[in-house]
Design a protein around this ligand. Structure first.
Ligand code: KG4
Ligand code: ZN
Length: 344
């Protein structure tokens, strides 16, 4: 049985966790940086990188102490090596390289998106490949067929904003604070989702992709009109997102040989009404629905350690010369989606 240390630092969470290949989480240390970025209404890359540099080593020490282990007990050291804010990614990757060099243990360079993509298999031992994955985070909105570790087909992507980005921008427009996703969800819970007419970008379109930029602009116009309550705009926005996701996933499901399970991962997967819609959609299609617990949806070290464990089990380790990657698509062969500012 392998014991893997995993480090995460690609955005605004610094985290270190230790996971065993039998799916036991031995420790889980995490420090958010909300207080560093709140005044700016978003993550400031340079501030994030400095905070990661200050927090990472103490978090590794905490993770080892909580697990009652020393570096000698660890079989491999995994770290997010991209995609993400490059300064932060470099902090985690350099720390992992130093630990690997000092201990003589192998390094595993993990794609942050693969961390999200494989995390449902940590909590559900019955989740077999292939599965259909909706990956929704601050930087991505993709529908993927997960064939195996390191083997993905991207079936759809956003042609403009990611879903998490739309939540964050909506929160900013509505003055709901930072981080935006949970704030919009809370406001939406007490609003009327049918009060504010908002568009459903690409709904019914004869292509598989997603689009959220128009929705954000409509939120801005609705707010500036002064006609609507903030809670009603939040609820109407969230319902529009849910409608779009349902329509776009259905488009693809109508055209593929659907795998046995529909899986959701990434920070936006923490949104309860979105999870409920996906659960209903899966039931309609005779698919099993798998979603990680809320704490495993947003960025954390456990998912990186687990992806490391999956890769280590396949004999996949990396050299200490592995270079951090600001962009790193899961499916490098996917055809570019139309539109400017396309996310890989
Ligand atoms: O995966 P993640 O933690 O970081 C990235 O890799 O991007 O995702 C962060 C994103 C943010 O945009 C955040 O607003 C969104 O996930 N998010 C949510 C919720 N919790 C986090 N969006 C909607 N509802 C939530 N409850
Ligand atoms: Zn993430």
């Amino acid at each position: 049985m392998a014991i893997i240390l995993g480090l995460e630092s690609s955005c605004d969470e610094t985290a270190a966790a230790i996971v065993r290949s039998d799916r036991t989480i031995l420790s889980h240390a995490l420090a958010g940086q909300e207080d560093h970025h709140r005044a700016f209404g978003g993550v400031v890359p340079e501030i994030a990188a400095r905070a990661h540099a200050e927090l990472m080593t103490p978090l590794v020490e905490t993770a080892l102490a909580d697990a009652g282990l020393t570096l000698n007990d660890i079989d491999a050291i995994a770290a997010t090596a991209g995609p993400g804010l490059i300064g932060g990614v470099m902090v985690g990757l350099v720390t992992a390289k130093a630990l690997a060099m000092a201990s003589g243990k192998p390094l595993i360079a993990v794609n942050h998106l693969e961390g999200h993509a494989l995390s449902p298999r940590l909590i559900d031992a019955d989740l077999e490949f292939p599965y259909l994955l909706l990956l929704v985070s601050g930087g991505h909105c993709q529908l993927l067929r997960v064939n195996g570790v390191g083997d993905y087909n991207r079936l759809a992507t956003t042609i403009d904003d990611a879903v998490g980005e739309a939540f964050d921008k909506t929160a900013k427009i509505l003055g709901l604070g930072f981080p935006g996703g949970p704030a919009v969800e809370r406001a939406a819970a007490i609003g009327n989702a049918h009060n504010v007419p908002l568009p459903r970008p690409l709904k019914g379109a004869d292509e598989p992709h997603f689009s959220f930029a128009g929705l954000k602009s409509a939120v801005l116009r609705a707010h500036e009109s002064g006609q609507y309550k903030v809670e009603d705009i939040a609820a109407s926005f969230q319902l529009a997102v849910i409608d779009c996701l349902y329509d776009r996933i259905s488009y693809t499901l109508d055209r593929i040989d659907a795998p046995a399970a529909l899986v959701v991962a990434g920070g936006v997967a923490a949104n309860v009404p979105i999870r409920e819609m996906l659960e209903k959609l899966a039931a309609q299609r005779g698919m099993r629905f798998v979603a990680p617990p809320l704490w495993l949806c947003t960025d954390n070290g456990v998912m990186i350690a687990w992806a490391g464990a999956e890769r280590f089990g396949m004999g996949l380790t990396d050299g200490l010369d592995f270079v951090a990657r600001p962009r790193w698509p899961l499916d490098p062969h996917a055809a570019p989606a139309r539109g400017a500012g396309v996310k890989a």
